[in-house]
Design a protein around this ligand. Sequence first.
Ligand code: KG4
Ligand code: ZN
Length: 341
Amino acid sequence: MAPRSSELILGLESSCDETAAAVVRAGREILSSVVESQIEEHAPFRGVVPEIAGRSHLRAVLPVVEQALARAGVTLDELAAIAVTQRPGLIGSLLIGVSTAKALAFARGLALVGVHHIEAHAYAATMEHAVEYPLLALVVSGGHTALYRMASPIELVKLTETLDDAAGEAFDKVASMLGLPYPGGPAISALAQEGDGRAFAFPRYSPKGGGIGFSFSGLKTSVLYALRGQDAGAPAPAPEAIPRRADLAASFQEAVVDALVTQSLAAARREGLTTIAVTGGVACNRRLRERMTAAAAELGLRAIFPSPSYCSDNAAMIAGQGWHLLAAGRVAGWELDAIAR
Ligand code: KG4
Ligand code: ZN
């Protein structure tokens, strides 16, 4: 049997619609990262169906763990710990990951570490780049849109979060209005390339009286009005009959990107932070990457992004941050429980 390394962590992620496992050495070196997506199962419903997600995680979790270990060329007995997403997420989905991690860790005498999914997204941006703390992290996903002040890989303070929809959720809902497939982000981003981002003057939220914040529900309603006229209850036109669909997609995307860039830069200035780490599924968006990079550079700031496969849900970020939690002695007991919020 190979000697147990104190640096190898198996990460497990099952908070939403991806079953993922990864082996990471010392918080940074990704030896394997396996992601089994359920997108095709949820696509007909244009969103994640919790019951389907739970069943699908149950089917996938052990094969995904086995693949991650095999690709990394390590066995369970060589690990220092198993890190698992504990919160937030769909409770039935989280429970599959947490129960699996507990069972494997208990059976093999490994340490168990509970990881906060959104904080791990923020950590993901720092895995592929050398960074200096403190920095600003913008987490933009299907479930969350929030800014954090990050003082170390594991010390995060939330500065603000969306009052209503997450940015990714807005992409998904507007895509559905435009008759585009789920998930909406990639579909809108592709269609937007053929459109004019200045064609429609959609609103950009900023908090009254200054300050930083996000809200995307007003923007979503504006797109609905642009589509159906002032009667939002009017029947939706058939997707092919929607006039200027590409302009709508481009103008919507521009409004989301504008809000994300403006609020992030305002937060960086207010907090005196010079690095902006942008992560979460929406951080795959090309326009966001271009605009954030350019706007940050204008102010002498640096914007960093994970590569696309580590923007969306993955377990490398869980194993990576799990290593720092383990090093700080933040080990969980067997009472570790999944928490939805
Ligand atoms: O981080 P993620 O994989 O899962 C959550 O934790 O939510 O994010 C998924 C979200 C979806 O809403 C999807 O539409 C959005 O990220 N997304 C994008 C793009 N790719 C994925 N949004 C805008 N542009 C993209 N290229
Ligand atoms: Zn996520």
